[in-house]
Design a protein around this ligand. Structure first.
Ligand SMILES: CC(C)(COP(=O)(O)OP(=O)(O)OC[C@H]1O[C@@H](n2cnc3c(N)ncnc32)[C@H](O)[C@@H]1OP(=O)(O)O)[C@@H](O)C(=O)NCCC(=O)NCCS
Length: 270
C-alpha cells in the first residue's frame, strides 16, 4: 500500500520474529543496572543458525566473518555482531542497513545511523559458550566475561598486567587460595579498559583498579579517571561458573584540574 506523503516508513525490524534457534532463543535479557541493559548470548544455540545470522551482517562484517581463522571465531563474531545489531536497531528505531558499526582508532566499534553518531554506548564480550552485550543510553560502558577455568601462570600475568602496588595486594590474596580472585580482577580490569576504549594491552599497569575492589568489594567507583576525567564504576557480575564485570562512566569530569590530577596520578612511578 502506498504511504501518505509526509509520513515516515515504520522502522523495519531486524528480526521479524523473536530470534529462535531450534525452538530456543539464542539471546535473552540478562540484567539491568541503572539505565544499562545487558543481554546474554548462548553461542552453542546460535551455531545451527549460522547462515541466517551471517545474512544479517554488512559487507565488511561478512568479509571478517569469512576470513576468520576458525569456525569458533566465525560463530562468535557473527553471532555477537548480529545480536548487537538487533539490540541497537530495536533501541534506535532504525534498520540494520542504516546502522554502521565501524571500529575507532583503538578498535572499539562505534555506531552511526546514516552517517550520524548514535546517542548510545555499547560493548561486547565473548567467552565460549557465552557472550554479553551491554548497552548504555548516555555514557560509555565496558563489559568483560571469562568462563571460570584454571589460568596457568596467573602470578606472572599479575606482575605484568597490574601496577606494582596492585600486584602486591593481589599476590598476597592469591596466597590465601581464592580460586576466583584472578579472573574476577582480570575481568574488572578488562571491563574498565573497554569502557575507556583503550583496550588492555596498550598500558595495562597504568590502568589501576580501586583498592576496595582488589580487596574483595563487589563494586567500586573511581573519581577523576581516564582522558575524560570522569567518574567510573566497576561492578562484578559473575558467579561460580563465570567471572564478569561491567564498567561505566557515572559522572562527568568536575573541571580541568581533575584531568590534570588524573594525569599526574597515572604517570606516577611505582
Ligand atoms: C580487544 C580487547 C578490548 C578485548 O579483548 P578480549 O577480552 O580478548 O575479547 P572480548 O570478547 O572481551 O571483547 C571483544 C570485543 O571488544 C570490542 N572491542 C575491541 N576493541 C575495543 C576497545 N579498544 N575498547 C573497547 N571494546 C573493544 C569489540 O566489540 C570486540 O568484539 P568484536 O571484535 O567481535 O566486535 C583487549 O582488551 C585485548 O586485546 N585484550 C587482551 C586479551 C588477553 O590478553 N586476555 C588474557 C586473559 S587471561
Amino acid at each position: 500500500m502506498a504511504r501518505k506523503p509526509g509520513t515516515k516508513a515504520a522502522p523495519e525490524p531486524l528480526f521479524r520474529r523473536p530470534v529462535k534457534s531450534g525452538g530456543k532463543a539464542w539471546w535473552r535479557f540478562f540484567r539491568r543496572i541503572g539505565r544499562i541493559e545487558i543481554e546474554c548470548i548462548d553461542l552453542k544455540e546460535a551455531r545451527s543458525e549460522l547462515h541466517r545470522i551471517a545474512a544479517l551482517l554488512d559487507p565488511n562484517e561478512l568479509t571478517r566473518f569469512r576470513n576468520a581463522l576458525t569456525e569458533t571465531a566465525r560463530v562468535e563474531f557473527a553471532t555477537c555482531r548480529a545480536t548487537l545489531r538487533a539490540v541497537l536497531c530495536r533501541r534506535l528505531g532504525c534498520s540494520s542497513e542504516q546502522l554502521s558499526l565501524d571500529p575507532d582508532a583503538s578498535g572499539k566499534p562505534q555506531g552511526t545511523v546514516l552517517g550520524r553518531a548514535v546517542d548510545c554506548h555499547f560493548n561486547v564480550s565473548h567467552s565460549r559458550p557465552h557472550a554479553l552485550i551491554a548497552r548504555s543510553p548516555r555514557r560509555p560502558v565496558g563489559v568483560d566475561i571469562e568462563i571460570r577455568r584454571r589460568v596457568g601462570r596467573s602470578e606472572a600475568i599479575v606482575d605484568r598486567m597490574f601496577s606494582a602496588s596492585e600486584a602486591r595486594s593481589i599476590q598476597r590474596r592469591l596466597l590465601e587460595g581464592d580460586p576466583n580472585l584472578f579472573l574476577d580482577l582480570w575481568t574488572a580490569k578488562e571491563a574498565l579498559a573497554k569502557a575507556l576504549g583503550t583496550g588492555i594491552l596498550r598500558n595495562p599497569q597504568k590502568l589501576r583498579l580501586p583498592k576496595s575492589l582488589i580487596n574483595g568489594a563487589h563494586s567500586a567507583t573511581i573519581q577523576n579517571y581516564g582522558d575524560s576525567g570522569g567518574h567510573w564504576t566497576i561492578q562484578r557480575l559473575g558467579n561460580s561458573d563465570y567471572a564478569a564485570a561491567l564498567a561505566y562512566e557515572t559522572g562527568p569530569a568536575r573541571n580541568e584540574f581533575a584531568r590534570m590530577e588524573y594525569n599526574s596520578l597515572t604517570n606516577e612511578r611505582h
